[in-house]
Design a protein around this ligand. Sequence first.
Ligand SMILES: [Zn+2]
Length: 186
Amino acid sequence: MSVTCPACAAADETVAVRKALLDSDRPLDPATRQLLSMPSEPGGTTGGAIVAFVLGGLFGLLGLHALFFGDGGGSSDVAYQAGYRYGSLIVAAILLGIGLTVHFDHRSRRSDTADEWPRTYEQWQQLHRTWRESWLCRRCRVAFLPAGSVRPEFAASAAIPVAQFLQWTVTIARQDHRPGAPSTTD
Ligand SMILES: [Zn+2]
C-alpha cells in the first residue's frame, strides 16, 4: 500500500509511525521517537519500580535464608553477625521503599496533568487504535492519518508537525470516541 504525504504529495518517505519506531535500519532520533511514542497505559507501573520490586524480593529471600540458616558469616563479631543476618533484609526493605516511591510518584505525576486523557484503559485503547493508523513522512517530519484509516469514511488528515503529534492523536481519538462525531478534517 502506498500512502501519500499530504505535505509533499510523495509516498517514497512515508512509513507507519509504529513501523518507523521499530525500524532499526533507519532509527529515529531520540527526540522524534519520544514525540511519536504512545504514552504508557494508565495506572501502569514503571520499569524502574518493577526492577526495584523484583530485586527487593530477591534480597528478602536471601535475608530470610541468612536469618534462619546463616552461621553469622563465620565471625564472632556481633556487629558483623548482625550485618550478615539482617543486611539483606535491610537492602530488601530499601529496594521496596524505592519501588513504592517510584510507583506512586509516577501515578501522582500522571494525575497532576490538567485535563488528563486517557484516564482509563478503555480510553488508552481508543488512543492506541488511532495511533496505530498514523503515518509519518520522514522528509517533511509530519504525521498524518490516511483516508479511511480510523473509520471507513474518514477523510485524509492534514500534515501535523511531529511536535504536535501526540496532542493531535488524543484529539482525534477523543472525537472518535463519541458516536456520530464528525470527521476531523477541514
Ligand atoms: Zn512529505
